[in-house]
Design a protein around this ligand. Structure first.
Ligand code: GLU
Length: 305
């Protein structure tokens, strides 16, 4: 496996020159586009990592599956679905996903910003500090890494300049879909996006989802099988922004990308994959990351279809 990953890394390295690193906030524009790392986990004793697998980046949208998971664990499926639906919208991650006078649960899903912001408000806790702490702890547990932390510079940059996300949160408020104070909710969302991880961490998180909620590395049951399946299904249809259909055809596995350059790939019952390469296509997906996943999927016949 390690040889295969090295070969894929070498063949896909040229794609790190294509696209552009995220620049919607100043801090992300500092990323080094040459960094490229892959980690694949197939069982407790088989962790294969090549390239810059130890380089940290911010999770950005790759935290959304964990926000969804905690919202499900805290509230159950019915409540979650009543606020945030499951349909892909066919619009970019930061679009105002409404077209007429109403914004409803069926217009948003947990993998777009509006959905993830709404779900932050469902996390249980006496205040937003506690809610965020619980989210970070769940991410740490899934990644089996107690050292996951917020990148303060990225967080402050998001907070200072993330006005589109703020506007999305105010839209939720205007349509009666957010009870809490907008600034508190959006602060939790900005912090969540700013959690630093490595490809190895993403691979471990994906491996828990691939094993339907149990962490085979520690034997711990983190969530129910039903919730893991819920998340994997949403990742399949909505995890790669408005490139999810193309990704389903070319790679065929549940996955989630983030504009920090990370992608986690879930191969049910088989493996967890984490990739990092910060140069993105116009939809916000890592270009080299997607190329590597396409190659890996073809070589190992990973498509679930
Ligand atoms: N912090 C980013 C935003 O909300 C996350 C977007 C992403 O990774 O897709 O704009």
């Amino acid at each position: 496996m390690k040889e295969l990953l090295k070969e894929i890394l070498d063949k896909c390295y040229k794609y790190t020159d294509e696209g552009a690193v995220a620049n919607y906030i100043p801090e992300l524009a500092k990323a080094n586009r040459k960094e490229f790392g892959i980690c694949v986990i197939t069982d407790a004793n088989s962790v294969f990592a090549v390239g810059d697998h130890d380089k940290c980046f911010t999770m950005q949208s790759a935290i959304k599956p964990i926000i969804l998971l905690l919202a499900l664990m805290d509230n159950g499926e019915e409540k979650v679905r009543s606020l945030v639906g499951t349909e892909s919208t066919g619009k970019p991650f930061d679009a105002f996903n409404y077209s007429d006078q109403a914004l409803k649960n069926e217009h948003i899903n947990p993998m777009i910003n509006t959905g993830a912001i709404a779900l932050c408000s469902l996390i249980k806790g006496k205040d937003y500090e506690e809610k965020f702490r619980r989210l970070l702890n769940l991410a740490r547990k899934m990644a089996d890494n107690p050292n996951l932390e917020v990148d303060e510079n990225v967080y402050l940059s998001e907070k200072l300049t993330g006005n589109k996300n703020r506007a999305l949160a105010y839209m939720l408020k205007a349509y009666g879909m957010l009870e809490d104070n907008v600034e508190d909710v959006i602060d939790c969302y900005f912090k969540a996006c700013s959690i630093k991880a490595r490809s190895t961490d993403l691979a471990k998180i994906a491996f828990v989802l691939a094993n339907h909620g149990t962490n085979p590395l520690t034997g711990e049951e983190i969530c129910s099988r039903d919730y893991a399946k819920y998340i994997n299904a949403v990742l399949m249809t909505c995890g790669m922004y408005d490139g999810s259909g193309e990704f389903a055809v070319n790679v065929g596995i549940p996955a989630k990308s983030g504009v920090g350059g990370g992608i986690m790939g879930v191969v049910p019952n088989r493996m967890g994959i984490g990739i990092y390469s910060p140069a993105l296509d116009r939809k916000g997906n890592s270009i080299a990351g997607i190329k590597a996943l396409e190659m890996l999927s073809k070589k190992l016949d990973l498509s679930i279809f």
